[in-house]
Design a protein around this ligand. Structure first.
Ligand code: HBI
Ligand code: FE
Length: 296
């Protein structure tokens, strides 16, 4: 690959210092991808396509087939946009990387999903701290082929734009909602735990851990509980929240969030691995296998 991503600055967030890139939309420089880039895509694609059957929800796997992504080349955004646009009116737009919240929410509210145009290096195959093309294209785009999930993400984006008026606490609470659904959500399908979250679907280790390990808690979806629950970005999740269907997500975003923010302001946050009396615990995690890095 010739061009390197252009970082704008690093901003301090509750997840530490994250690079925030120039916020403009960039054309996918498809002709600039090197053979190394395409090979990284192939290796990641084949690894995930081997690990997800029987672990990802039906809609996720079906969408990937419909979009006709293949291992041999990095897909072209323009080609995927035809299929995606016909299915739910969403479009992929190329970006440099992480965007400031308001830019990100505004894209979602307008049915645009920002996809990072560059793909990780071979030495980052197993982990990269920020969203690259593989995470976004392989993990985030297929769920957008489902009309209900697609409408949920529009409602989420609209809520995010509104939340700007409510200040940093509301933004953090919304970021948790995104984290525990869009990134790390599980679904109960035919009585089985199945993956729909992009952060899981694009990670080989967590695709297995999230649905098979006894260590994490698995708790039935509860909007306000999720919005109170803290998370770490650099380890497997200690708790997964489980929906029964995408409809549950869109129902949760129907009410006005102002009273929810007001209620949450009066309640303490919950550590990532915590379990409350009021939780509908589906599987109580054993918690083993984590460093005791405190109650994050
Ligand atoms: N920017 N490009 C990009 N992709 C994301 O997934 C993303 C983002 N900015 C903010 C963000 N996600 C999270 O803070 C969400 O919780 C909003
Ligand atoms: Fe993501």
């Amino acid at each position: 690959m010739n061009a390197q991503p252009r970082r704008l600055e690093n901003i301090q967030t509750d997840r530490g210092s994250v690079p925030v890139y120039t916020t403009g939309i960039v054309e996918q420089p498809w002709n600039d991808y090197s053979d190394v880039d395409h090979d990284v895509w192939r290796r990641l694609y084949e690894r995930q396509r081997n690990v997800l059957p029987g672990r990802a929800c039906d809609a996720f796997l079906h969408a990937q087939d419909t979009m006709r992504m293949t291992p041999d080349r990095i897909p072209k955004f323009s080609e995927l946009n035809k299929v995606l646009g016909d299915a739910t009116g969403w479009q992929i737009v190329g970006v440099e990387g992480l965007l400031p919240e308001l830019d990100f929410f505004t894209h979602l509210a307008n049915r645009r999903f920002p996809v990072t145009w560059w793909i990780r290096r071979p030495d980052q195959i197993d982990y990269i701290a920020e969203p690259d093309l593989f995470h976004d294209l392989f993990g985030h785009v297929p769920p957008l082929m489902d009309p209900t999930f697609a409408d949920y993400l529009v409602a989420y984006g609209e809520g995010g734009v509104k939340a700007h008026g409510f200040g940093p606490d509301a933004l953090m609470q919304l970021a948790r909602l995104y984290w525990y659904t869009v990134e790390f959500g599980l679904m109960r399908e035919n009585g089985q735990m199945r993956i729909y979250g992009a952060g899981i679907a694009s990670s080989a280790g967590e695709s297995v851990h999230s649905v098979e390990s006894a260590a994490p808690n698995r708790i039935a979806f509860d909007l306000e509980r999720i919005m109170r629950t803290r998370y770490r970005i650099d380890s497997y999740q200690k708790t997964y929240f489980v929906i029964d269907s995408y409809e549950q997500l869109i129902e949760a975003t129907r009410p006005d969030f102002a009273p929810i923010y007001a209620r949450l302001a009066m309640q303490p946050t919950v550590p990532a691995g915590g379990v409350l009396e009021t939780d509908a615990v589906l599987q109580h995690g054993s918690g083993e296998g984590w460093s005791a890095e405190g109650d994050v």
